[in-house]
Design a protein around this ligand. Structure first.
Ligand code: NAD
Length: 492
């Protein structure tokens, strides 16, 4: 179905594909007839459109989730059967990973291999949590001789998940798999820039024969469908992944209803490079940490805090590596640097690079948009950045690396922690004692040692400070989707 010229044509009708909302296991068109058009960031051409969910479709999705929850179809399902169903979802997701990955590659711009991997990551997460469904145990509490007191873990009910565009499938997978494993009924609101590939995942849900209403996937604008969904009176639990600014709005909406919210927000991560570091490891981490997905990663390695004795050598190597990157559409094999998501994002990223130079940094490499079709930004290395500059303080969400200098270890830690964010941080050194000391000082939910992005579905992920306070993935992730009920029985 998907063609290389990036027009997604239905082979039967020869028309541009129109995608729909997945509600109660049916494909639902918006009553408003409004659609959202989606383009390919590598050339700006429209590749598909999706029916835009409004108040009416949000109501339908919430009603479907509520009915399925009240039917207790998932809650009362024997836990080994729930696990089996989750494994079936994983299997069906792997089957659509190539088709879905291609669509994701076109709508997001990212490299095809990493787009396909996103689908497979979703499958891995379902497999992982399938194994945990029957291991969620309560406890007994010795209150008194004639009292039998115990706890049970129960789901919240209707859980609404609002996801961003940078990892559209992975973000669905990590929250949905946990939500499903714990018995909640879920509604996902995809991002308006990348809603198409999630419909392929919805097909996998259908193929796995998931009962009606347990998983609903809709797409609408954040300030319409998104805000209405999280404020809906029948939603009991919210999961939000996105920017700090939107996250704060979501938290306010949840506070108004006194319901819990899982929030996974932005970052401004720093990697500290000690003099004994293996610079090749730093280069490999920069390649994936700031240039993959065009730097649009919440834990992007956006700052490098480098000891002054090795900074010039490292900057030269970073420039050579930047020059060697293969730039192009994600659908072309082995591209290292793909486009950013939109013209707006490109202007924002270029504006940040310009501001860095105006505030006194040097563009060791790049700094501008590329003169070609699509939304491509040059791989950019800004040298001599100071921590008070805008580029060192704000999340850029583009392929722009800021290099800062330090003289002693305490100063390196101070610079790395001097941010309102606390999502990722890293340290490069051959001395593991020093690495462990540094990890203990870094105010961050993740610390990477000698390699950026070491985690997987089993490692807890989340932020410190304004990057959020919840944890997703791993066994820890389950806690956010369950409430504890205490039962005390008087034995007379
Ligand atoms: P965003 O906050 O603009 O949007 C995220 C989602 O929220 C979208 O689906 C959008 O439609 C919706 N939304 C917008 N306004 C809303 C409102 N008022 N009410 C309800 N929903 C609303 O973020 P983005 O630009 O899509 O994503 C980039 C941000 O996400 C970056 O800051 C990045 O660091 C962060 N992010 C964090 C993680 C993490 O795990 N911590 C992962 C990926 C991305």
């Amino acid at each position: 179905m998907i063609k290389n010229e990036t027009k997604i044509i239905n082979q039967k009708t020869q028309k541009m594909e129109k995608y729909k909302n997945f509600i109660n296991n049916k494909w639902i068109e918006s009553e408003s007839k409004e659609t959202i058009k989606v383009d390919d960031p590598s050339n700006g051409k429209i590749i598909g459109e999706i029916s835009c969910a409004k108040k009416n479709e949000v109501d339908l999705a919430v009603e479907a989730a509520k009915n399925s929850y009240n039917s207790r179809v998932l809650v009362d399902m024997p836990l080994l059967s729930r696990a089996k169903l989750m494994r079936k979802i994983a299997e069906e997701t792997r089957k659509v990973s190539k088709e879905g990955g291609e669509l994701l590659c076109y709508e997001n711009g990212k490299n095809i291999a990493s787009a396909i991997k996103e689908f497979n990551d979703v499958a891995d997460m379902f497999d992982y949590y399938a194994g945990l469904t029957d291991k969620l145990e309560g406890k007994t509490i010795p209150v008194a001789k004639n009292v039998f007191d115990y706890t049970v873990l129960e789901p919240f009910g209707v859980s609404a998940h609002v996801v961003p565009w940078n990892f559209p499938l992975s973000m669905i997978g990590r929250s949905l798999s946990c939500s499903f494993a714990t018995g909640n009924s879920t509604i996902i609101k995809t991002a308006e820039l990348t809603p198409l590939s999630a419909t392929i995942f919805a097909r996998a849900i259908q193929n796995a024969d998931v009962p009606e209403g347990l998983i609903n996937i809709i797409c609408g604008y954040g300030n319409e469908a998104g805000s209405y969904l999280v404020s809906h009176e029948d939603v009991n639990h919210v999961v939000f992944t996105g920017s700090v600014a939107t996250g704060k709005k979501i938290l306010h909406a949840c506070a108004d209803k006194a319901i819990p919210a899982v929030v996974e927000l932005g970052g401004k991560s720093a990697g500290i490079v000690y003099p004994d570091a293996d610079l090749n490891e730093v280069l490999e981490s920069a390649r994936s940490g700031i240039f993959s997905v065009a730097g649009q990663i919440c834990t992007a390695m956006s700052r490098l805090v480098v000891h002054k004795s090795i900074k010039d050598e490292l900057v030269d190597k970073l420039v050579d590596m930047s020059k060697s990157l293969k730039i192009g559409p994600g659908i072309e094999k082995d591209t290292d640097l793909t486009p950013v998501i939109s013209e707006n994002q490109l202007q924002k990223v270029e504006g940040y690079a310009r501001s860095g130079i105006q505030e006194g940094a040097d563009a060791a490499y790049g700094g501008k948009r590329l003169e070609r079709e699509g939304y491509f930004m040059e791989p950019t290395v800004l040298n001599n950045v100071k921590q008070n500059m805008t580029v060192a303080r704000e999340e850029i969400f583009g392929p722009v690396l800021s290099v800062l200098e330090y003289e002693d270890q305490e100063e390196a830690i101070k610079i790395a922690n001097d941010t309102e964010y606390g999502l990722g941080a890293g340290v490069f050194t051959k001395d593991l004692k020093k690495a462990s000391w540094t990890a203990s000082k870094l105010e961050s939910g993740q610390v990477y040692v000698n390699k950026w992005f070491t985690g997987n579905h089993a490692t807890p992920f989340g932020g410190y400070k304004q990057s959020g306070y919840s944890r997703e993935k791993g066994v820890d992730g389950l806690k956010s989707y369950l409430q504890v009920k205490n039962v005390g029985i008087s034995l007379g």
